[in-house]
Structures are given as structure tokens and as C-alpha cells.
Ligand binder design. Sequence first.
Ligand code: ZN
Length: 94
Amino acid sequence: MEAGRPVLRLDIRATVWLTCQRCLGRFTEDLDIQTVLPVARDEAELARWEAEDPLVDALVAETRQGLAALVEDEILLSLPVAPRHPDGGCPGQA
Ligand SMILES: [Zn+2]
């Protein structure tokens, strides 16, 4: 990836409700997500980056993806796959 490309810096703080996989109780989790997404000029540039690094997480400047959708994606990506209370933290557990 060339130096000097514009990047989108996201700093997301959110509180989400999760369902504990152990006791099915609901609990909140505070998310604090910082991410920096390089912005590609067009699809061709993005394809070049992806050829260099298949895991690259980048945006295309032309894409009309709303900022809200972007933030939602980042939040969904950061959620635990199997949310649960900390060990011993389920309500009613000895
Ligand atoms: Zn629980």
C-alpha cells in the first residue's frame, strides 16, 4: 500500500446488549473500537491492495456506503462469537 493515501480513522464507543450463552441472561458490553481504514481511489486500486494482502480492510472512495453502515459493520465484527458472563459471573451461580 503506498504511503500518503487518505485513511478513514474510526473511533467507536458503543454499548451493546448481548445474550449470555451459558445462562441466557442479558448483559451489556462496552465496545471501544479504533480502526483505521485506508481509502482506495477505485475498485482497481482496492483489488491491487487485496492482491498484496488478502486481509486488507479498506474502503473505496467511490462507494456510497454510508458511514452508519460502516460503523455497524465494525461493531458487528468486534462482537464476541460466543458472548457470556465472565467465569462465575452468571446471576444465581454459586
Ligand atoms: Zn451468564
